[in-house]
Design a protein around this ligand. Structure first.
Ligand SMILES: Nc1ncnc2c1ncn2[C@@H]1O[C@H](COP(=O)(O)OP(=O)(O)OP(=O)(O)O)[C@@H](O)[C@H]1O
Ligand SMILES: O=P(O)(O)OC[C@H]1O[C@H](OP(=O)(O)OP(=O)(O)O)[C@H](O)[C@@H]1O
Length: 314
């Protein structure tokens, strides 16, 4: 297929436009989701728009921070980005968060030097804060400034929020800031920079979004394509969250077994050739499986196996 340039508007007019972060933390996970949903494409080097081979969809690779406004303004139909980015772009009323995607999980926190004089956000208020999230940090400290009566008069300085595009954690040691507001996942970056958290502004994860005001005259077929893509991605996410657990247990112990593994709807129970025994097959949340297997052993279950799911519709 010939490479597609951004000017080839005709090639895009009947397609669902789906924005994907072009780099950064969310990029690889998004590619896994697209593969799991069987959305096939070949991206030509340096081109940020590409046609999907097996659906009337065009993928648009954009900076994660630009995706909320593209979707919110209706230029793009669907997108994946962080919940934090939507709030920072003040697009929460213009986009609908259709699905939480269970990756890109982190927290937006206020961090200060661990061995410095500042112990809480009230002590940081009125001083210098460096961040890539100047809208969210601005709103957060405005409320604190107002509460503390920091009006901007002499001796009552408001908090000064300064924007930097990256490596925010370096700002305190470089003497640019008394504290920072930045994303934290494992905490490794902040620990290495000698910082620690004194407050959390919000918890975030990647989300699938669609516009609350889609383009007028969008063909109905594209509406059903949004539902199809959403349902496929939901299946991939569910498959990553659950395992199938199968075990044998005495029929008399089924009530205890069922309360440990109730399943999403109900466990599947099949008789075994050996009298008094049944086989149980059930979906279990991956993060709970070790505890549940311990519990099953305690009630006398045997031959306990788990299977990972490649994909599902639930
Ligand atoms: N450490 C992290 N752990 C999990 N998710 C994160 C982390 N850092 C960022 N994210 C999520 O990914 C989104 C994009 O962040 P990222 O740092 O990848 O931005 P970028 O500017 O697109 O990439 P880059 O930092 O490479 O320029 C964030 O808004 C957040 O939702
Ligand atoms: O708590 P951790 O697991 O250490 O993750 C936190 C780091 O991840 C993000 O930056 P990223 O690495 O994406 O680079 P950036 O500083 O260029 O944004 C964030 O800005 C932190 O620096």
């Amino acid at each position: 297929m010939a490479p597609l340039g951004l000017t080839d508007a005709d090639a895009l007019s009947d397609r669902l436009l789906f924005a994907i972060p072009k780099k950064g933390r969310l990029y690889d996970k998004c590619l896994n989701l697209l593969a799991g949903a069987d959305i096939q494409f070949r991206r030509h080097a340096r081109l940020d728009v590409c046609l999907v081979l097996n659906h009337p969809i065009a993928l648009v690779f954009l900076p994660a921070s630009d995706i909320p406004s593209f979707v919110g303004k209706g230029n793009v139909d669907l997108g994946i980005t962080g919940h934090d980015v939507i709030l920072e772009a003040e697009m929460e009323e213009h986009v609908t968060e259709v699905l939480r995607l269970n990756f890109g999980k982190c927290a937006l926190q206020v961090q200060v030097p661990e061995h410095g004089p500042i112990k809480n956000v009230e002590e940081l208020a009125g001083k210098r804060v460096v961040t890539s999230f100047e809208v969210l940090a601005g709103k957060y400290f405005k409320e604190i400034d107002e509460r503390l009566g920091l009006t901007g008069e002499e001796g009552k300085e408001k908090t000064k929020i300064e924007y930097v595009g990256g490596s925010v954690e370096a700002a305190c040691s470089l003497g640019l800031a008394d504290g920072i507001v930045d994303l934290v996942e494992s905490g490794d970056t902040m620990r290495a920079a000698g910082l620690h958290a004194i407050a959390t502004l919000l918890d975030t994860e990647a989300v699938l979004i669609k516009s609350t005001r889609p383009k007028p005259n969008r063909p109905p077929a594209l509406e059903s394509l949004i539902s199809l893509v959403t349902s496929r991605i939901a299946g991939v996410i569910a498959a990553s969250k659950y395992v199938v657990c199968q075990y044998n247990v005495l029929r008399d112990n089924l009530p205890a077994a069922s309360s440990l593994t109730p399943g999403r709807r109900a466990p599947t129970i099949s008789p075994l050739e050996e009298a008094g025994w049944v086989a149980v097959s059930v979906m279990v949340e991956k993060k709970r499986i070790a505890d549940i297997m311990d519990g099953l052993v305690k009630i006398g279950a045997q031959d306990i196996f788990t299977f990972t799911l490649d994909n599902c519709r639930v």
